[in-house]
Design a protein around this ligand. Structure first.
Ligand code: FPP
Length: 237
């Protein structure tokens, strides 16, 4: 990658197209998700090498519970397999894993796997990988509002002290900067309940590449496109 390139500090990705990738090959959707996991692995490695500090990926939305049970089972199993397959490499590469979303609906087995990956990678300082699991932006904001309301009810916070910073600090992403670049694969051009608060000044990049075909090269293309953007944040240059 060109040395002059501006590298986004935080990239967030809506990984879409696993099902279509599988269908094109006459495979089961679960095989598409497995290929998606391999693409995630390649993308994490590339992002850390490029110097990205935060990478957030939308791996399972609150709406995804409505999928057929067999696909849900395969996805839950994939979380466990993914943890086993990738934890050693993530540790080696200095990648710290965080989970954003409501973990309460996952089984004990899935939660144990998530505890293992976050625990074992906790010392990673090169890049943070946030896995959005049972995540949606509206549920995140609702949860944040409930927390703030509780503080007001307890007399710990005055209503007028609920400012933008207080809201940001109550979201799952409290420890992360807002994403500079949001990528969505598979040709769909929508946010699908992802990071609606945090995306206020994000740059968007949509590509027709299906998620299992994404990797180092496609990531570089997205960063090149980002470099052509003029971020004005509502100001005049
Ligand atoms: C969207 O494709 C993808 C998902 C709902 C699952 C994303 C999961 C992975 C990339 C697997 C690896 C990650 C973890 C942490 C397990 P889709 O199924 O909506 O594709 P389609 O729109 O073509 O049907």
């Amino acid at each position: 990658m060109n040395q002059e390139m501006k590298i986004p500090q935080h990239i967030a990705i809506i990984m879409d197209g696993n099902g279509r990738w599988a269908k094109q090959r006459g495979k089961d959707r679960s095989e598409g998700h497995f290929a998606g996991m391999m693409a995630l692995r390649a993308t994490v490695k590339a992002a850390a090498e490029i110097g990205v500090k935060y990478l957030t990926v939308y791996a399972f939305s609150t709406e995804n519970w409505g999928r057929p049970q067999a696909e849900l089972d395969a996805l839950m199993e994939l979380v466990c397999t993914g943890v086993e397959m990738n934890t050693p490499e993530l540790c080696q590469e200095g990648v710290r894993v965080e989970i954003i979303g409501d973990r309460s609906r996952f089984s004990q087995k899935v939660n144990d796997a998530l505890d293992r990956i976050t625990g074992k990678t906790a010392q990673g300082e090169r890049m943070t990988l946030a896995l959005a699991l049972n995540y949606s932006s509206r549920s995140e904001i609702t949860h944040a509002m409930q927390q703030l309301a509780q503080k007001v009810a307890n007399g710990e916070l005055q209503p007028q002290d609920i400012d933008e910073q207080a809201i940001s600090q109550s979201l799952y992403t409290a420890s992360m900067p807002d994403p500079d670049l949001i990528i969505r694969t598979s040709g769909e051009c929508r946010l699908s309940n992802f990071m609606m608060w945090q995306a206020s000044y994000s740059e968007f990049y949509f590509t027709d590449v299906l998620w299992p075909d994404f990797g180092a090269e496609a990531l570089e293309e997205a960063i090149k496109a980002y470099n052509e953007r003029d971020r004005r944040y509502g100001l005049v240059k």
